[in-house]
Design a protein around this ligand. Structure first.
Ligand SMILES: Cc1ncc(COP(=O)(O)O)c(C=O)c1O
Length: 422
């Protein structure tokens, strides 16, 4: 998380100390600034020299259970005291417990646990290649699946741009928005595009179709109704594996445990990360369906990591899943998301530069007729961290946000929009 709007002289020395020896992500280093975060609780964090602000990015869309939840902290502390470090092959109660919880929540048979989302997608691609003996992967043009080279190669996000010269050409489903809905026998343009790319490449050469459960910073576009079922049918017809990337959209973010539940689709593989541990410790993973997992009963699983299923991360994930479950946070995300949806409808009516909004649960975007950076700056001065990309401002707070807090955030955004002027 970086922020350009405020510069607090009191934190300069700390900023300089850190900047001298640690890189900031996704930025030229000279002008890069990070927020000096001194505390956090629930859906807010505290910034040195500024005070408490609403966290509308949940840090990096990952603190689903909310900041500094005592139950997650206690789970982690208990594991730190019991055994904080051990080898990937070691057998531990916390590993067995997380495995069982994941199988129960996802309906998938087995998980391979990684330290981050990109690694999870990378391993999903490796598994798809091992399972099919094929190499090609199809993604949506508007997609992000992580920052490692193999994952950048297949996804559409512009962050691959400096590396494309040495990459294989990506295979994309064109996903114009708004999408033309399926009419009668006519497939929607998204589905027609998926059919066309399979036809062109030859279904027998394609290992997997990799799709975000609900697309994140590439637009939060609602897919046409025929898309997910149509893709599932195409995969079945051609022996292609369907990988559901729920790294952003999973663990309650869209008002369901996983976004694909909105469309009732069954994947072969799925990836999880971010909200899996609510960001309390690094953890992600790829989950495999029963039939596919059985293949590795006798074949070698050519995948491994030093920090595989790290015990402290497993404890954070178990604690976070327990909080999501006990506090009904996916259902809360659905309910509180409706507050934003209703107020954003009003914004479209009242503010000429709000051209639309979309989203599910607490994964929402406001669309402006201009770059949203000024709106983000105004929101910051009024007390909210509002992430943006191009004309989209993203509203993705922790899932513990209450309805009256959502109303307060909407008041703040309303004021920020009024200040935008023409
Ligand atoms: C859908 C999706 N997949 C994969 C990733 C990569 O995860 P990580 O940043 O943990 O490597 C992200 C991160 O934003 C994501 O949103």
């Amino acid at each position: 998380m970086t922020h350009d709007h405020d510069h607090d002289p009191a934190s300069t020395s700390l900023l300089e100390r850190q900047r001298a020896h640690l890189f900031f992500t996704w930025s030229a280093q000279r002008g890069a600034k990070g927020l000096e975060i001194t505390d956090a609780a629930g859906a807010r964090f505290e910034v040195a020299g500024k005070g408490w602000v609403w966290d509308l990015e949940s840090q990096v869309y990952n603190v689903n259970a909310g900041h500094k939840h005592p139950h997650i902290q206690q789970r982690m502390i208990a594991q730190i005291q019991a055994l904080p470090a051990c080898a990937p092959a070691a057998v531990l109660p916390i590993r067995a417990e997380l495995g069982e919880l994941l199988a129960q929540k996802t309906g998938m048979a087995k998980a391979f646990l990684t330290t981050g989302g990109s690694e999870a997608v990378e391993n999903a691609i490796k598994l798809a290649r091992l399972l099919t003996g094929r190499t090609k992967v199809i993604t949506r043009r508007n997609s992000y699946h992580g920052a490692t080279l193999a994952v950048l190669e297949v996804a559409g996000d512009m962050r691959k741009q400096p590396f494309t010269a040495t990459m294989r050409p990506a295979l994309h489903i064109e996903d114009p928005y708004p999408a033309r809905q399926a009419a009668g026998e006519q497939p929607s343009d998204w589905l027609a595009s998926a059919e066309a790319v399979i036809e062109r490449e030859g279904g027998e050469s394609i290992a997997a179709i990799l799709l975000e459960g609900f697309t994140g910073t590439n637009g939060m576009q609602h897919p046409p109704a025929d898309f997910w079922p149509g893709v599932r049918a195409l995969c079945d017809r051609h022996g292609i594996l369907l990988i559901d990337d729920e790294i952003f959209s999973g663990f309650g973010r869209t008002g369901r445990w996983f976004a694909r539940e909105h469309w009732g689709v069954r994947p072969d593989l799925m990836t999880v990360g971010k909200g899996l541990s609510s960001g309390y410790a690094p953890l992600a993973g790829v989950l495999v369906s029963d039939a596919l997992a059985a293949r590795f009963d006798d074949e070698v699983l050519w995948c491994g990591l030093t920090h595989y299923a790290h015990p402290i991360s497993c404890a954070a994930a178990v604690g976070s899943i327990e909080v999501l479950e006990r506090e009904g946070l996916p259902q809360n995300a659905e309910r509180v998301g409706q507050v934003f949806a209703r107020r954003f409808d009003e914004f479209v009516e009242r503010h000429a530069h709000v051209t639309g909004h979309r989203g599910l649960g607490l994964m929402r975007a406001l669309e402006l007729d201009r770059d949203a950076s000024e709106l983000s700056a105004r929101a910051w001065s009024l007390g909210a961290y509002l992430p943006q990309r191009g004309p989209l401002a993203f509203v993705c707070p922790p899932l513990c946000l209450r309805e009256h807090e959502a109303e307060a955030i909407c008041e703040l955004l309303d004021r920020a929009l009024l200040e935008l002027g023409d």
